[in-house]
Design a protein around this ligand. Structure first.
Ligand code: PMP
Ligand code: GLN
Length: 406
């Protein structure tokens, strides 16, 4: 019998779900993603889930009602390949309204099955050869390493270090070379909550020009920034013609289960991604697409409100973690806060052991940062833990109380 096909194994190994030494023979079972594992643990133990990043309250009623209406009105068949026109127009209008960008909704906008499919299709479309390198900041969102491996390229990492998680610009400069095909930037950043400095954003553009690389950005937390307005890399002079900008409705409208994402950028690049995307999901979520168009048109007060609400939750969570004896890195954006749990950890254990024991010990679930780094770099993040702030304030308060009393 033939061995299990290579892409499966490459992806699982790239994501750290199979040990590097596993080669031929029996298929092996990849571990579930850290998010699936930790949510299952929360369900099994009844612990408060500050692990997987999903809100525990519904988003705007207008958006939910628009989806119900779309279903009632019969928007229940395949959408056009690039997305329903009303959503593509709303995405273009959103880019213009918030950032002064002017993508053509007909050619420069593509609707995807969440940011996850946008990332997968983009990497599969743009990666050409096994020699291609994709530069990412580490820790990185789990699907990056998996999709780079699936596409058969090499992942090159630039470390983000506790407590500020800004890259060293010398290290970034050395990571980008003529072998770099893509610089992939997640800003605001999951898991660290960092928002990159203007100097870093500009350096990414300079390096992409110097080495003729594409820039791919993951901006799913674009409206969840706490200090300054979000700045897409595509707005930096010289960036737009080589940048694909990815975002998603999940975080902005608290609809992570709808899986509506999108990409904006140059028409030729969008065409290349569409060529791949049409054979992944083809299309998805027709009634949800038009509902998200309603969401993108909500007044400024909505967008300012979600950032202010999450900022207050970040502060509540940060105070609770500090009271429990953890050292806290104050997030500038995203759903997440990272804390150093060294003082609570037993000798010889790491954040993975700590998080797997925490539900029984304290009734709280969190995610170890070691899940977001390459196996060889885990020691550098061994005491760091990610907590999600996108939960009700009474839930955050109760989690804090449990952590303090444990
Ligand atoms: N990128 C980042 C940085 C994320 O945190 C997430 C998920 N939360 C995604 C991509 C995936 O987004 P989606 O659920 O829209 O696929
Ligand atoms: N993005 C979410 C997080 O970081 C998880 C999404 C998923 O489970 N794939 O927690």
């Amino acid at each position: 019998m033939q061995d299990i096909p290579g892409a499966w194994r490459r992806t699982a190994r790239g994501a750290g779900l199979l040990p590097p030494e596993t080669s031929t023979g029996a298929a092996g079972i990849p571990a579930p993603t850290i998010f699936a594992e930790m949510t299952a643990l929360a369900v099994r133990t009844g612990a408060i889930n500050l692990g997987q990043g999903f809100p525990d309250e519904d988003g705007p009623a207008e958006v939910l009602e628009a989806a119900r209406r779309a279903i009632a009105d019969g928007a229940n068949q395949y959408a056009p390949g690039r997305g329903v026109p009303v959503l593509r127009e709303a995405i273009a209008a959103h880019q213009r309204r918030f950032y002064g960008l002017t993508p053509d909704p007909a050619r420069e906008v593509l609707v995807t099955a969440g940011a996850t499919e946008a990332l997968a299709a983009t990497l599969l479309a743009l990666i050409d050869s096994p020699e291609d390198e994709v530069v990412v900041f580490e820790p990185y969102y789990d699907s990056y390493a998996a999709c780079v491996a699936l596409a058969g390229a090499k992942l090159v990492t630039v470390p983000l270090r506790w407590p500020h998680f800004q890259p060293d610009q010398g290290e970034l400069e050395r990571a980008v070379t003529d072998r770099t095909r893509i610089i992939l930037v997640n800003d605001p950043h999951n898991p660290t909550g960092a928002v990159f400095s203007a100097a870093v954003r500009e350096q990414v553009v300079r390096l992409a020009h110097r080495h003729d690389a594409w820039i791919v950005t993951d901006e799913v937390y674009e409206h969840l920034v706490f200090d300054e307005p979000h700045v897409p890399i595509a707005t930096i002079p010289g960036a737009a013609e080589r940048t694909l900008t990815i975002s998603s409705a999940g975080k902005t409208f608290s609809t992570t289960g709808w899986k509506i994402g999108w990409i904006t950028g140059p028409a030729a690049l969008i065409d290349a991604v569409l060529a791949v995307k049409q054979f992944l999901t083809y299309v998805n979520g027709t009634p949800f697409q038009s509902a998200i168009a309603v969401g993108l048109g909500l007044p400024d007060a909505f967008f300012g409100g979600i950032a202010a609400t999450l900022r207050a939750k970040r502060d509540l969570l940060g105070a609770g973690l500090a009271a429990a004896g953890l050292d806290v890195s104050v997030a500038a954006g995203s759903y997440f806060t990272v804390a150093d749990a060294a003082t609570l950890m037993d000798e010889g254990t790491d954040a993975g052991d700590f998080c797997r024991a925490l539900p029984e010990r304290s009734g709280v679930v969190a995610i170890p940062l070691t899940a977001f780094v390459s196996p060889g770099h885990r020691a550098d993040y061994a005491t760091l833990v990610r907590f999600a702030a996108c939960k009700r304030t009474d839930v955050i308060a109760e989690a804090s109380r449990r952590l303090s009393s444990a």
